[in-house]
Design a protein around this ligand. Structure first.
Ligand code: FES
Length: 111
């Protein structure tokens, strides 16, 4: 199984950037959970909400293409950008750099 570096940056500047290892095929949401990185996931990771919204700062080519359903939810997320994705839908197929939005701004967030 291939293992890749996943770099995390945070809009919340109180959290330091971190690099973790991830197995090919894991989702960004799963990688966050394994590494105690807080990323909301109100629908439980089934592409039915916007709370796992993330930005891919590098390595978009190492993720599967966005489905129409994912695109639909991304459009409804807070501050969507061209590099927006849903963390639960991004299976890593190579190294990526992920920016986590400030989780305190998300309605329904829990710590
Ligand atoms: S957790 Fe709801 S879409 Fe990802």
């Amino acid at each position: 199984m291939n293992i890749y570096d996943v770099h995390f940056l945070f809009d919340d500047e109180t959290i330091a950037p971190v690099t973790v290892k991830a197995a090919e095929g894991e989702t960004i949401l799963e990688i966050c959970e394994e590494n105690d990185i807080h990323l909301n996931h109100n629908c439980g990771g089934v592409c039915a909400c916007t709370t796992c919204h993330i930005y891919i700062e590098a390595g978009m080519e190492n993720l599967p293409e966005m489905s129409d359903k994912e695109e639909d939810y991304v459009d409804r997320a807070i501050n969507p950008r061209i590099e927006s994705r849903l963390g639960c839908q991004c299976r890593v197929l190579g190294p990526v750099t992920v920016r986590i939005p400030d989780q305190g701004l998300i309605i329904g967030h829990e710590h």
